[in-house]
Design a binder for this molecule. Structure first.
Ligand SMILES: NC(=O)c1ccc[n+]([C@@H]2O[C@H](COP(=O)([O-])OP(=O)(O)OC[C@H]3O[C@@H](n4cnc5c(N)ncnc54)[C@H](OP(=O)(O)O)[C@@H]3O)[C@@H](O)[C@H]2O)c1
Length: 262
């Protein structure tokens, strides 16, 4: 299938490692020009090299995405460099966990300012460029914690459920302009973040974190946790021309781990 991504102009937040890096590389291999953004310049440079090696065209903007100004910088640099924006992948996230009985509002503020406010701000900033062309794709990376909260993960859970609601509302607001807004909710995925998040549980159980990740994967119908490349492949489809009838949806990529319907 031709995804029709050749020459499309994409922004991937959180693009210097993990799921965001894989999304950027997959879109670049399909011929898209990709602007990646995150804080760490060294890792951004490394991914730009990978994009160039794959024959793509990359651009990096190093910012902390928790302010409106930083979001504006990313979009304006992309427009300056590529002449517009067709695809936005909102992926940056770094929420810290904490027991709900002892949770500071600072932890919740941190989680929301990156993972839901930046998703909304970035969307608001790219939509005028997409509307101009009558075509656009916005793909949000949320997570299963939005609908399956636990007492230890409320900051990310609140961020994820906000994204699910925002996806639906944004979709309704912009679908008439040819802009499709959808969300992927990955389950546990093989990235550094998964290791960081599970480290405390591994320490508590006196296990190596790799062993714990394998055990958690074994408990899933899939028998393993997800690879970031698998998430990126679905992102590429949601960003594509042939994806023309999925509006405001949330797709669970959790290896069958989610209980309940839908
Ligand atoms: N891995 C999983 O198991 C899993 C499961 C469900 C959902 N998710 C979601 O998937 C997304 C990606 O996760 P991942 O596992 O790929 O994590 P990761 O490897 O830790 O990547 C997170 C990305 O976000 C960037 N970032 C963090 N704080 C930032 C800030 N203040 N400003 C700008 N960029 C920032 C990081 O780069 P810098 O540090 O250089 O800024 C990095 O590029 C997150 O939204 C996460 O919640 C992950």
């Amino acid at each position: 299938m031709d995804l029709g991504l050749k020459g499309k102009r994409a922004i991937v937040t959180g693009g210097n490692r993990g799921i965001g890096r894989c999304c950027a590389l997959t879109l670049a291999r399909e011929g898209a020009r990709v602007c990646i953004t995150a804080r760490n310049q060294e890792r951004l440079d490394a991914v730009i090299h990978e994009i160039n090696d794959a024959g793509g065209e990359g651009h990096a903007v190093a910012v902390n995405l928790t302010t409106l100004e930083s979001c504006q910088k990313v979009v304006s640099e992309t427009v300056e460099r590529f002449g517009g924006v067709d695809i936005l992948v909102n992926c940056a996230g770094a929420a810290r966990g904490g027991d709900i009985l002892d949770l500071s509002t600072e932890l919740i503020d941190d989680a929301l300012s990156l993972k839901s406010y930046s998703y909304l701000r970035m969307s608001q900033l790219v939509i005028p460029h997409m509307s101009q062309n009558g075509w656009g794709r916005i793909i949000n990376i949320a997570g299963g914690a939005g609908t399956s909260p636990s007492s230890g993960n409320i900051p990310v859970s609140l961020a994820n459920i906000a994204i699910l609601n925002m996806t639906r509302a944004l979709s309704d607001a912009v679908s008439k302009d040819g802009i499709l807004v959808n969300t992927i909710c990955p389950g546990l995925t093989n990235t550094q973040r998964a290791r960081d998040v599970q480290q405390a549980s591994a320490d508590q159980a006196g296990k190596d974190v790799e062993e714990l990740l394998q055990e958690l994967g074994n408990e899933l119908p899939a028998g393993r946790i997800a690879e970031p490349e698998e998430i990126a492949d679905v992102v590429a489809f949601l960003a594509s021309e042939p994806c023309s009838y999925i509006f405001g949806s949330s797709i669970y990529m959790d290896g069958g781990g989610r209980r309940g319907t839908p």
